[in-house]
Design a protein around this ligand. Structure first.
Ligand SMILES: Cc1cc2nc3c(=O)[nH]c(=O)nc-3n(C[C@H](O)[C@H](O)[C@H](O)COP(=O)(O)O)c2cc1C
Ligand code: SF4
Ligand code: SF4
Length: 297
């Protein structure tokens, strides 16, 4: 009789196993089964395990080990007195605002590291964990990125306003892209006026967090957005302010220059970009939001 399950990924001490079936019920990939009163794993285990760690977390007698896998001590994590209750979490969510005015004080690297370390535990589709970060703390680099986007947008607006230029762009863009560019022209011109008045419309003169991942794996936008949501809430809890930067995300993916500035790995796309810093603005009220729209069946 075997005393262990042992492969490149997992080690189970079968002598301690009580056959409670908790791992069988909880494994999303259905990799455990019981036969002849012994726990087994399927032959394809090494290909199919997504390293989500649920089996390790659920086993009541702690006999499942995943190799090279960090486990947080339950004593540190599961104490109810250390958990935010619904009210404190709700208040945090309502208190968070998009911050577009920052103090000059730099954010200590340790605080950003703390936020990114927290975001490692945010969910990813099939536990692909295909999320990478690039942090730009250097304000000159932030200004360089913003100026670059402004030049691109200005050039596009000028070309769209010129009848000949408009025709040449029409020939190069898809119909949808062209219509959108025309429709957005008044908004674009207003943004350019704001920028001319000295406002950093693209990055708000904050530090930047780019969240990115390998295009060939998929799910980057969603996984990055979820990581960003965790970061934004946690930043609020640390007294920091953040703002999602959809324009920057778009331009970063369009521009080889920005990709070069942020040293974006080849085959990566930016899923989300955030600006972060110490808020120079305090909100005294929570803006109202639309009523909940939900269907129940
Ligand atoms: C996907 C996404 C992209 C966004 N892009 C930008 C942006 O490029 N620039 C900006 O100033 N705000 C951006 N925002 C912030 C929204 O404008 C803001 O969340 C919304 O107005 C609600 O305000 P609140 O975040 O303070 O509740 C973005 C938000 C999301 C979710
Ligand atoms: S890590 Fe996840 S997928 Fe792999 S065996 Fe454990 S529960 Fe199943
Ligand atoms: S959860 Fe632990 S004790 Fe229960 S069957 Fe799986 S390995 Fe055995």
């Amino acid at each position: 009789m075997r005393s262990k399950i042992n492969n490149a990924i997992i080690n189970v001490d079968l002598e301690g196993c009580t056959l409670c079936k908790a791992c069988i019920t909880d494994c999303v990939a259905g990799l455990f089964y019981i036969e002849s009163d012994t726990l087994h794993v399927v032959d394809e285990f090494e290909e199919l395990c997504i390293l989500c760690g649920h089996c390790v977390a659920v086993c009541p007698v702690d006999v499942i080990k995943l190799k090279n896998f960090e486990i947080k001590s339950p004593d540190d994590i599961y104490k109810t007195e250390d958990m935010p209750n619904f009210k404190s979490l709700y208040n945090l969510v309502l208190k968070r605002r998009s911050i577009r005015q920052f103090k000059d004080t730099p954010v200590p690297k340790e605080l950003i590291e703390k936020l990114l370390d927290l975001a490692r535990f945010s969910p990813t589709g099939s536990n692909t964990e295909n999320v990478y970060y690039t942090v730009i703390k250097d304000k000159d680099t932030v200004a360089k990125i913003s100026n670059y986007i402004t030049i691109k947008v200005k050039r596009l607006a000028e070309t769209l306003e010129d009848p000949k230029g408009r025709e040449s762009i029409k020939a190069r863009m898809s119909k949808e892209e062209f219509n959108l560019a025309i429709e957005n022209l008044p908004k674009t011109k207003n943004i350019l006026r704001t920028i001319e008045s000295g406002v950093d419309f693209w990055c708000w003169e904050g530090e930047l967090i780019f969240i990115h991942g390998d295009l060939t794996i998929g799910g980057i936008s969603t996984n990055s957005a979820i990581a960003a949501a965790h970061i934004m809430l946690a930043a609020e809890a640390l007294g920091l302010g953040t703002c999602s930067l959809g324009y920057l995300t778009f331009h970063a993916n369009q521009s080889e220059t920005i990709k070069k500035i942020i040293n974006l790995p080849k085959n990566h796309e930016v899923g989300y970009a955030l600006t972060i810093g110490y808020p120079k603005v305090k909100y005294k009220r929570v803006p109202s939001r639309r009523p909940l729209r939900v269907q129940w069946f």
